[in-house]
Ligand binder design. Sequence first.
Ligand code: HEM
Ligand SMILES: *[C@@H]1O[C@H](CO)[C@@H](O)[C@H](O)[C@H]1NC(C)=O
Ligand SMILES: *[C@@H]1O[C@H](CO)[C@@H](O)[C@H](O)[C@H]1NC(C)=O
Ligand SMILES: *[C@@H]1O[C@H](CO)[C@@H](O)[C@H](O)[C@H]1NC(C)=O
Ligand SMILES: *[C@@H]1O[C@H](CO)[C@@H](O)[C@H](O)[C@H]1NC(C)=O
Ligand SMILES: *[C@@H]1O[C@H](CO)[C@@H](O)[C@H](O)[C@H]1NC(C)=O
Ligand SMILES: *[C@@H]1O[C@H](CO)[C@@H](O)[C@H](O)[C@H]1NC(C)=O
Ligand SMILES: *[C@@H]1O[C@H](CO)[C@@H](O)[C@H](O)[C@H]1NC(C)=O
Ligand SMILES: *[C@@H]1O[C@H](CO)[C@@H](O)[C@H](O)[C@H]1NC(C)=O
Ligand SMILES: *[C@@H]1O[C@H](CO)[C@@H](O)[C@H](O)[C@H]1NC(C)=O
Length: 712
Amino acid sequence: MVNIFKKVDNSSQLETDPLLGSKAEIQPFWKKSWFIICMVILIVVVFSTIILYVFYHKNGSLNDIHHVESKENAFTFNATTSSDNPVNVESNENVVTYNGATSSNNSVNVEYKSYPTSRVSSIATTNGDYFKQCAPAVTCNPDDIYRTYNGSCNNLQNPNWGAALTPFYRLMNAEFDDGNNTFRVQLDGKPLPSARQVGVTLFYMRDIRNYDHANNELLVPWGQFLTHDISYYPDDIRNDSTPAHLDHCFEKDKTKIPIECETAILIAADDPVYSQYNVSLFKFVRSTTSVNFSCPLTPRTILNRNTQYIDASHVYGSNKKTADGLRTFANGKLRSRILEDEEYCPQNADSEFKDGPLGKSDVQFAAGDVNVNQNLAIALFQNLFLRYHNHLADEIQTLNPSWSDERVYQETRRIVGAIIQVITYEHFLPILLGDEYMKEYGLTGQTTYDPSINSALAQEMTSGAFRAVHNIIPAKFNLISANYSIIDEVEPSRVLLQPDLLIGNFDNMLRGFLDTPGRAVQPSYNNLITNVVFKIPNLDGYSGFDLMSYDIQRGRDNGLPPYNKMRQLCGLKKANTFKDLSDLISSEDIETLKSLYSTVHDIDYIVGALLEKPRNGSMVGPSTACVIGDSFYRFKVGDRFFYDILGQPGSFTPEQIKSLKKITLSHIMCASSNLGHMQKETFRYVDPKIMSSIMYSCESYKLDLSPWKEVQ
Ligand code: HEM
Ligand SMILES: *[C@@H]1O[C@H](CO)[C@@H](O)[C@H](O)[C@H]1NC(C)=O
Ligand SMILES: *[C@@H]1O[C@H](CO)[C@@H](O)[C@H](O)[C@H]1NC(C)=O
Ligand SMILES: *[C@@H]1O[C@H](CO)[C@@H](O)[C@H](O)[C@H]1NC(C)=O
Ligand SMILES: *[C@@H]1O[C@H](CO)[C@@H](O)[C@H](O)[C@H]1NC(C)=O
Ligand SMILES: *[C@@H]1O[C@H](CO)[C@@H](O)[C@H](O)[C@H]1NC(C)=O
Ligand SMILES: *[C@@H]1O[C@H](CO)[C@@H](O)[C@H](O)[C@H]1NC(C)=O
Ligand SMILES: *[C@@H]1O[C@H](CO)[C@@H](O)[C@H](O)[C@H]1NC(C)=O
Ligand SMILES: *[C@@H]1O[C@H](CO)[C@@H](O)[C@H](O)[C@H]1NC(C)=O
Ligand SMILES: *[C@@H]1O[C@H](CO)[C@@H](O)[C@H](O)[C@H]1NC(C)=O
């Protein structure tokens, strides 16, 4: 294997990177006495862990195994550092009385008894406008046993519900200053604080260098893979003119100010990273709207270009043309190509993104979703499922030699969609939300189809709640070889749009996600993803952006209600003063919020979502869990093709459902890579060296396909 990654050399490259600024420590960490002490502690902990494990955990429970962090940190090797952020606590504040200012630890008094057990229902008044004014007429065949490509005809009474190119669902009315389009302003009429300013003041250098004690990094590629199944809404025309172009934003002559400036994100002169780059604005392009599809709705309405069901549309395409383009039309298989003796997605001849940060990428994958090449993790998963489809199609065809290409393709497509649902509901969501929320939001047990439920993706989910999970994206992805040594590492923020790097590294990347503990849940993004995303080296000036600023600004662009309204929607107490947030947010953070926002009613949803203390057993706070829970409830009971629904023309048989329920991500990986041994709980971190006894041979992860054999 040719190693194409440049080894990140002891982090020294990062430490001297001017972007990381003065905060970075220059002396190598391994020479520091605290590091030596940490290593000694680490060794002691590891040894006592092994002993404890051997004596008490023969059944493989991992709950008590704690990993002392050492590797992720590129910025400051401060094991539990937080809050050396440049907080301005000069409160130019007003009305709000606050008596907790002196207590500055991060404890929050949380009582978790009174959260809602009912599902959220939409209170948006414009939800149906598209269907009244713009929806196409569709004729459905109620006896179809397979999903349509664009998701139409899933709901027979409302055939456009959840289809591609229909609007996101709104739980609450859109919030725009003029009611239709312009960004929300604060209650006192002032503009909202700059998204970058909010990010820097609350979250900069707040990385907590702890690993997730139970889970590996796979939650990240799975979360993004799932996102791309249900969501795609691109920006308006990307203008590739250089950032210098934004100089014109400050023109005195207002007619010369380019449109991009309207929503550009202001960067303060004392910004800890960008001040050195002379960059005072991030370009931010608003999402396209229904106007771009000849449907001029108000308020601003955004169409989802992927189907809004969990149906593997990112593998197959959200319309017939894309789907056909990806098929071989022989034996039910998808087009693919062999590179370095392994199977990969076909080449996308007209990809719009050819130049990644590390140069031109000759490899451009084509898949059902156009974001397949965004980063190596999503590229890995798209390729994983391409391989899996072709593997499964082979088996189905062998089992039923008389079946046509169409039948094998559709049956395989149906099973792949079902498998994504099984992994999501049985394995992923219980970790993300925890068992209590799973029950409260009706996400467990046998599904009963409810045609009154619109399964479309909520705007509050895709522009807010689900993005809060960006907080577990690690600073680095490891590449781990067959003998479990880390042979390389890549920064996801720097290898965007470089899918060529996947070739020859497929198994090593998979092992990297499996065998590296995840980033601990915390109220911050890693310092790289929030500062240097898409940075293109060797370009004059600065060309990157900040994912957190974008997430905050996107919420405003998409008209999300502020945090306080989302709290109420979720059945939490409405905050009348900043102090009322102390049920879920630390007093330190409340002080910082006061310095940024005029009133407690102005806080952006994602900002509150990131600061909320998660409930025990969950990775997200209550006002995030509520929107995620509601969304996955609707994806379940509002999907006529949901895998365990009975009595529909497209239902699986009870034997097939039984077989599907046993599927884990380990099965998919075993079938589509050269990994030989896997743990049962694929998302759990299992140290392959210490705990190899609970990693079973791939032979034990087969899908029992016998219920798919047609009996004549
Ligand atoms: C390496 C990992 C990831 C990277 C580099 C990444 C990056 C991005 C970027 C650049 C955007 C568009 C931002 C904008 O312009 O508004 C985005 C959107 C989004 N991300 Fe991520 N993300 C990652 C993982 C995840 C994960 C793990 C989740 C959730 C579990 C997630 C959920 C979302 C959602 C819901 C959106 C909006 C959906 C859409 O654009 O259609 N992402 N992400
Ligand atoms: C950790 O961070 C704190 C606060 O910034 C600082 O005072 C301390 O010196 C740091 N410790 C180490 C070991 O770097
Ligand atoms: C946090 O502050 C509270 C009240 O001020 C105090 O009782 C508690 O011991 C503190 N916790 C920590 C971990 O410092
Ligand atoms: C979905 O596909 C059907 C069949 O091709 C088509 O008639 C319909 O217009 C599409 N729906 C939307 C919202 O574009
Ligand atoms: C918002 O849209 C409505 C309905 O199209 C229109 O009557 C109203 O004038 C618009 N308001 C603004 C400020 O554009
Ligand atoms: C990008 O912006 C420049 C300057 O405003 C303009 O001349 C150019 O046409 C724009 N490009 C696109 C693709 O809109
Ligand atoms: C920074 O910007 C100022 C004003 O736009 C300019 O005079 C100066 O040359 C720039 N410095 C660098 C290093 O680009
Ligand atoms: C989308 O619509 C807006 C508003 O009419 C227009 O300015 C923009 O150019 C359109 N973008 C595309 C990609 O058609
Ligand atoms: C593990 O594999 C890598 C590359 O495949 C090799 O360089 C290394 O020497 C191996 N290490 C051990 C301990 O076998
Ligand atoms: C959190 O949940 C775990 C398992 O459900 C339980 O053992 C533990 O006591 C809980 N911790 C708190 C602080 O409630």
